[in-house]
Write a protein that binds this ligand. Structure first.
Ligand code: 13P
Ligand code: SF4
Length: 320
């Protein structure tokens, strides 16, 4: 988890937009105080959100921990719907807001609770591990959740010969290369990361002398085979800050390079730009409106939330 030290607005917002956005940022800060609210922001938010109004920023795992630990009454989730649901699952007594209800995820949409019940019939007794990029109804049916930051540790914590891993086939395939546990896959994929190709990465190596390539494990295997490091979004940021490469390409959603570039001015970023259309639905304006109107509140049926909490809590207990 990273507690935010805001950069100056001039560093992350073009001058022409500064005046208009400053007003919105001030409004958000005032409403946060009035409502005892915090903004949790995923690493894929645009710099105007990430470097200004975000109180805590991080990957899915850090944000799930942060939601479980905060004293705030209201959490505004600057991320996608499954992340806001995870926050609500971990702290049902708090009000969790998502600024745009359409901020979904192609992985979460690829599987339903009914699919899990069918998998259990087909593979009786085999534990089911769900990536957090799933709906609350799916989390309620599985044994344990994981994120890209702890997937290998979660699978190994079960101490069994094989597990069902869903919904991301590529994260599942990557986990399979890191463990002796047999992984039964679901064929879901991320619409952003599946666009990268190994050939594209080889071109970056040829055209940018000495470039380091770091990739998110939602990428296909031929992409990961070209990478110097594979990790969650927080893992990738940590890698750049620790290793301070001269040149790097972050093979993931493109706002992350913009965010890290502002914090690491000595590193040159080669920037392929694959945007997540869901993450980009969240804007400063919508965060302000969300705090003003207290919309859209994330609501999960209590029985389902209770069942989903078991699989999220089981994950949060695993130290990484
Ligand atoms: P992280 O948990 O690595 O932040 O990934 C979440 C995600 O949705 C990546 O596409
Ligand atoms: Fe989902 Fe992919 Fe967007 Fe992450 S980048 S929220 S996995 S669609």
């Amino acid at each position: 988890m990273t507690v935010v030290t805001p950069l100056s607005l001039q560093q992350c917002i073009p001058d022409v937009e500064l005046a208009a956005l400053s007003e919105t940022i001030e409004k958000i800060e005032r409403l946060k105080k009035e409502r005892n609210a915090i903004v949790l922001a995923h690493n894929y938010m645009t710099p105007d959100i990430y470097h200004t109004v975000a109180d805590i920023k991080g990957d899915s795992l850090a944000l799930a921990h942060a939601a479980a630990e905060t004293d705030a009454d209201v959490i505004v989730f600057a991320g996608v719907h499954f992340m806001a649901e995870t926050a609500k699952i971990t702290c049902p007594e708090k009000t969790v807001l998502i600024p745009d209800l359409d901020a979904g995820c192609s992985l979460a949409e690829s599987i339903t609770a009914a699919d899990i019940r069918l998998l259990r019939e087909r593979y009786p007794g085999v534990p089911v591990v769900a990536y957090v990029n799933t709906s609350a109804e799916v989390k309620a049916e599985v044994d344990i959740c994981c994120t890209s930051g702890n997937a290998v540790q979660v699978v190994e914590s079960l101490d069994v010969d094989r597990v069902i891993f869903l919904p991301d086939q590529y994260l599942g395939r990557w986990v399979a290369t890191q463990t002796d546990t047999e992984i039964i896959l679901w064929e879901g994929s991320c619409m952003v990361h599946e666009l990268f190709t190994g050939a594209e990465l080889r071109e970056y190596r040829q055209s940018h002398d000495g470039v380091e390539i770091i990739a998110h494990p939602e990428c296909p295997p031929d992409v990961l085979a070209e990478a110097d490091f594979v990790g969650s979004t927080a893992g990738m940021i940590g890698w750049v800050k620790d290793n301070k490469p001269k040149k790097v390409v972050m093979v993931t959603e493109c706002s992350m390079s913009d965010n890290v570039a502002l914090e690491t001015p000595d590193v040159e970023f080669v920037r392929p730009c694959n945007l997540c259309p869901h993450m980009k639905k969240i804007t400063l304006e919508k965060i302000a409106t969300s705090l003003e109107t207290m919309n859209h509140e994330v609501v999960i049926a209590p029985e389902m939330a209770e069942k989903a909490r078991r699989s999220v809590d089981a994950m949060l207990k695993i130290a990484v």
